[in-house]
Design a protein around this ligand. Structure first.
Ligand code: NI
Length: 520
């Protein structure tokens, strides 16, 4: 099995900088994404009203919780960026948001990811980094504190960073970042007898991370030998002090990535760093080491790419975004496919928006290519009956037959399983529900587009009535509805919304025969 080199080649920025420790992930050692089997990057790209948003998140096979966390972190930044632009004069703030992710470590049992968030094009351009760690044994996504052996080790790391900045880099005490000033020798100072590393307690690690929110220690990773490294963000110390420190602290590996005004790399020597690690941290350090599955054995050619173990993925959410943390809407289109559906798909693509199509079985015939395009581009195809009969007037057997016949033609055309149904006219009774064999998905926002056939009214209804968790009803067989896009997307995106499928909105927690109208 080969890694997806074609995908790696399509992302030269990431591939190039991941190897040199340059712009994408200065200071910390990284693993090229093609060293992890099956990684695919999914892109989100939106541009309107002078605002540009572009990011890519890695989808890692067997690690859906990590994929979801990274995407959600990026989506949170997108919502914050869009709503901030909306709240004030757009010309005041940065015009562009760019995000990317690099791997800090890779082994079958551990992955480390560093997300870079960059604001460009305004008076205050800024780059920030955040890290996440994946424990494939438990399926948990963990914060930086999970690398360390408890709260004491966080304090000891802070003391050691302060010591390195003072003694090794020669930065005067009063010029240190505030967090590292006047730290007394820590009780569990590096080198002191420390408790044997504990397996990580996710709850405690998250609590400690919360307690240390905003700490410069959070951008924590390793060098190529598995030694701990803290990367301080640009501006942590004065430019002069940073330049002096860089000269003192840089080793051969990071000298290439040297950049004026960039992050400041603080290596924590093995003697000082090793005792601070939790058992999980030790596994992560091993996974970051060159040749340990990470960078491949130099000299002996590259080995097999790392395959992330499937053990912890059980019960993982099917959604690749957490709609409990970011505002999501599910845009749904009934009665198609129709003559204008292709144009609608173009509009959705331009916003990286995913929608759900409640298709009529009889309309699928002859439009198989459109249905295939829907599934290929990440939309969801679902069941709206064969020919729009009122299912409440049918026997249980007739309902079941109608559903099965419609499922078959949709699944054959699109190649994806049908995961929900919507009854025509929203009309159903207990017999219907008991026989559809799918969750019954209604809506909470009705654009009434079929009735007024007005582009303006369709936009207004969708934009004004949508709330986080809404399911919005449209009909893509009507031209004025399709003409309401991309304007509807533009306005909802400006409000910070993310466009997800019905299954994603409900986190896959839908039960056959039960009805749903919005995410609670
Ligand atoms: Ni309908």
């Amino acid at each position: 099995m080969r890694p997806l080199t074609a995908i790696a080649a399509a992302i030269p920025l990431l591939a190039a900088t991941a190897c040199t420790g340059g712009d994408l992930s200065p200071g910390l050692s990284t693993v090229p994404p093609d060293r992890i089997a099956g990684v695919e990057y999914r892109a989100v790209s939106v541009e309107h009203d002078g605002a540009k948003v572009a990011y890519r998140y890695p989808a890692v096979p067997n690690a859906p919780a990590l994929t979801r966390e990274v995407r959600t972190v990026m989506a949170e930044a997108e919502t914050e960026f869009m709503t901030a632009r909306n709240a004030k004069d757009a010309d005041d703030g940065p015009a562009e948001l760019r995000q990317d992710a690099a791997f800090l470590a890779a082994a079958p049992d551990v992955l480390g990811v560093r997300v870079r968030t960059e604001h460009k094009g305004g008076p205050d351009p800024a780059t920030t980094w955040t890290t996440r760690w994946y424990d494939a044994e438990s399926g948990d996504v963990l914060p930086w504190t999970a690398l360390l052996n408890g709260e004491d080790a966080v304090g000891a790391l802070r003391a050691e960073v302060a010591r390195v900045l003072r003694d090794d880099a020669g930065i005067a005490e009063e010029k240190l970042p505030k967090e590292f000033r006047s730290i007394k020798e820590h009780a569990a100072a590096p080198g002191a007898a420390s408790p044997s590393p504990a397996e990580v307690d996710p709850r405690k690690a998250k609590k400690t991370a919360k307690k240390n929110a905003g700490s410069a220690l959070a951008d924590l990773g390793f060098d190529a030998t598995g030694g701990l490294v803290v990367s301080l963000p640009p501006g942590s110390v004065s430019a002069e002090a940073a330049e002096q420190a860089r000269g003192a602290l840089l080793d051969g590996e990071s000298r290439d990535g040297r950049r004026k005004g960039g992050a400041l790399r603080v290596p924590i020597g093995g003697d000082a760093g090793a005792p601070l690690l939790s058992a999980f941290g030790e596994r992560a350090a091993k996974a970051a080491r060159k040749g340990a599955g990470g960078d491949g054995d130099e000299g002996s050619g590259k080995g097999e790419p790392v395959r992330v173990a499937a053990g912890g993925a059980k019960g993982a959410p099917p959604s690749s975004i957490d709609c409990g943390r970011v505002p999501c809407v599910a845009l749904t289109f009934d009665d198609g496919p129709g003559d204008h559906t292709g144009k609608l798909l173009d509009s959705l693509d331009s916003y990286s928006a995913k929608a759900t199509f409640y298709l009529l079985g009889q309309a699928v015939k002859g439009n198989e290519d459109v249905v295939r395009r829907m599934t290929r581009t990440g939309h969801e195809t679902a069941n709206h009956s064969w020919k729009h009969d009122d299912l409440a007037g049918k026997s249980g057997g007739a309902v079941a037959d109608d559903m099965k016949r419609t499922d078959r033609v949709i699944e054959k055309a699109g190649g994806e399983p049908v995961r929900s149904m919507r009854p025509p006219y929203g009309s159903f009774n207990d017999t219907t529900a008991a026989n559809v064999g799918h969750p019954v998905v209604l809506w909470d926002v009705d654009t009434l587009d079929w009735k007024h056939r007005s582009t303006k009214k369709t936009i207004r209804a969708a934009v004004d009535k949508s709330e986080p968790g809404s399911v919005v009803l449209f009909h893509d067989i009507h031209r004025p509805t399709v003409d309401a896009f991309p304007e509807t997307l533009r306005k909802l995106h400006a409000r910070g919304f993310h466009f997800v499928t019905v299954t994603e909105l409900f986190d896959g927690e839908l039960t056959d025969g039960k009805s749903y109208s919005r995410r609670k």
